[in-house]
Design a protein around this ligand. Structure first.
Ligand code: SAH
Ligand code: SF4
Ligand code: F3S
Length: 470
């Protein structure tokens, strides 16, 4: 048994880690043929991509996927710790699974992802969720086959969570959710330690993949006909810092842009590491999509300092305008937290006025959620939940106003859209523009998923645009 440990999770001392190639033990390949699994994924794109690896590992063991947990022999929850409601959802699902297991004694239940890295969660599982067969963390996902095999063979709960990131594993198998767009990890972990955030504890220190490994993966995707790659990391802008003296995200983006791939995206960018070189490269290459996710969190320099964000309102705005001025037609989206401990009405008004200035194309807005073990938990918080909810509502009104205003400007223009499928509305295709806007459109000819087509925008809404195929 390996239990999570907060002190080890905080540690950033270890300089080296092993880069190893994944290899499954031959004796367990297809051992569980005929068994089925269902996996439920919470959280961010990183977790979604981990799920693509987990599915492939289970398929190597002989499992096949089903789309209803009631029909599965194994139910796995790939969890997220970012806010309390993500926690509650996973525990709610565990409650339902407990009942199911009372009727279906052989049901296997597993928990992985960021919650598995939390000391409190694992203690709770040990105490009150004895029916969970196995738990593994984000740093030892590649050990799933062995852990699951052991849980079945020994018929005993297995808890295997490493708190300190050990190896950077290449060559994990993957079953991608799409055949036209793909996630590619470029950097794992986060060293920023924003005071409210649990990610540096659940995902470990920043570890970049070697550029050759990334470029090879992308070559393979191009060969397989992929049209879009999204480079993933909690902070992609830190790419290369731990590995190279003079090779960073700007260089990587440029190397990928020179390849024959129509669309390159990346997320998430922390404003602190955004270099002029990156902005220049994004502006220069037409296959790097002009869409930047640039989380601001707050418009008050005082709150930003308490959050440990390493920039001020002024330096953020300077960067924001530099990107807007250099990258033609760029759309910028953001994340905002309201109700951080000690946030006053004046601080909140600073956030509103920043939004009025930035007029974001999209924004994810949250009420501050206390995460155990993070420094923000210790800060005094006098604001009531009701006030926080009220701030969130006022903020949402302003961000929504600009989503619509920006979209209106696109009416009667022509946008390039990557076709993703047929939407519920009969006969309408849907897909995303280069600037990451959702477009529903009618067409008088047959289109394939993954085609990139031109669409004339006829009607703008707050969260989407309607159009017609040209
Ligand atoms: N690495 C990204 C953010 C990843 S988490 C970045 O720094 O930009 C996604 C978003 O969740 C954050 O941008 C933040 O807005 C929100 N978030 C993180 N921790 C939170 C907390 N404790 N309470 C509320 N929102 C939080
Ligand atoms: Fe969390 Fe900050 Fe790291 Fe983003 S940069 S993952 S908000 S600690
Ligand atoms: Fe959640 Fe972990 Fe992603 S906490 S947001 S799943 S990195």
């Amino acid at each position: 048994m390996n239990l999570p440990n907060l002190i080890e999770a905080k540690s950033r001392n270890r300089k080296d880690y092993n880069r190893i190639d994944y290899k499954i033990d031959d004796s367990i390949i297809n051992k569980y043929k005929g068994k089925t699994f269902f996996i439920k994924t919470y959280g961010c794109q990183m977790n979604e991509h981990d799920t693509e690896n987990i599915k492939a590992l289970l398929i190597d063991l002989g499992f096949s996927e089903v789309d209803n947990y009631l029909n599965a022999d194994l139910v796995l929850l790939n969890t997220c710790s970012i806010r309390e409601n993500a926690h509650n959802k996973a525990f709610g699902m565990l409650g339902r699974l407990k009942h199911l297991k009372e009727e279906k004694k052989d049901l296997l239940i597993g928990l992985c992802g960021c919650m598995a890295q939390e000391v409190g969660v694992v203690e709770e599982i040990l105490k009150d969720y004895k029916f969970v067969n196995f738990v593994f963390g984000t740093h030892n996902l590649y050990q799933l086959p062995e852990i699951l095999d052991k849980a079945i063979e020994e018929n005993k709960q297995q808890i295997e969570v490493f708190s300190r990131e050990g190896d950077l594993v290449e060559g994990l198998p993957v079953v991608r959710a799409n055949s036209y767009k793909a996630y590619v990890n470029i950097i794992y972990g986060c060293d920023k330690f924003c005071t409210y955030c649990i990610v540096p504890y659940t995902r470990g220190r920043e570890r970049s993949r070697k550029k050759e490994d990334i470029l090879n993966e992308i070559d393979k995707l191009i060969e397989d006909g992929y049209k879009e790659v999204t480079l993933l990391g909690q902070n992609v802008n830190a790419y290369g810092k731990d590995l190279y003296d003079d090779y960073n995200l700007g260089n990587l983006l440029e190397d990928i842009a020179l390849k024959d791939i129509p669309r390159i995206r990346f997320m998430t960018s922390h404003p602190w590491d955004f270099t002029d070189k990156m902005i220049e490269v994004i502006g220069k290459y037409p296959n790097i999509m002009p869409a930047v996710h640039l989380p601001v969190q707050s418009g008050s320099s005082r709150v930003l300092k308490l959050m440990g964000r390493r920039y001020t309102r002024e330096s953020y705005l300077e960067l924001f305008h530099k990107i807007k001025d250099t990258v033609l037609g760029v759309s910028i989206s953001t994340d905002i937290i309201v109700g951080f401990p000690g946030e006053t009405e004046e601080d909140f008004n600073d956030t509103l006025s920043l939004v009025e200035e930035c007029k974001y194309d999209n924004a994810f807005t949250f009420i501050f959620s206390e995460r155990e073990g993070t420094p923000a938990c210790k800060l005094k918080d006098n604001t009531t939940l009701k006030e926080k909810e009220d701030r969130l509502q006022r903020l949402n009104e302003v961000v929504n106003k600009y989503f619509l205003e920006n979209n209106k400007k696109l009416e009667n223009t022509t946008l390039k859209v990557l076709v993703e499928g047929i939407s519920d509305k009969k006969g309408m295709y849907y897909g995303y523009s280069e600037t990451n806007k959702l477009i529903n459109f009618s067409g008088d000819r047959e289109l394939n998923i993954g085609d990139i087509v031109e669409v004339e925008i006829t009607d703008a809404k707050t969260w989407s645009l309607d159009g017609r195929l040209i």
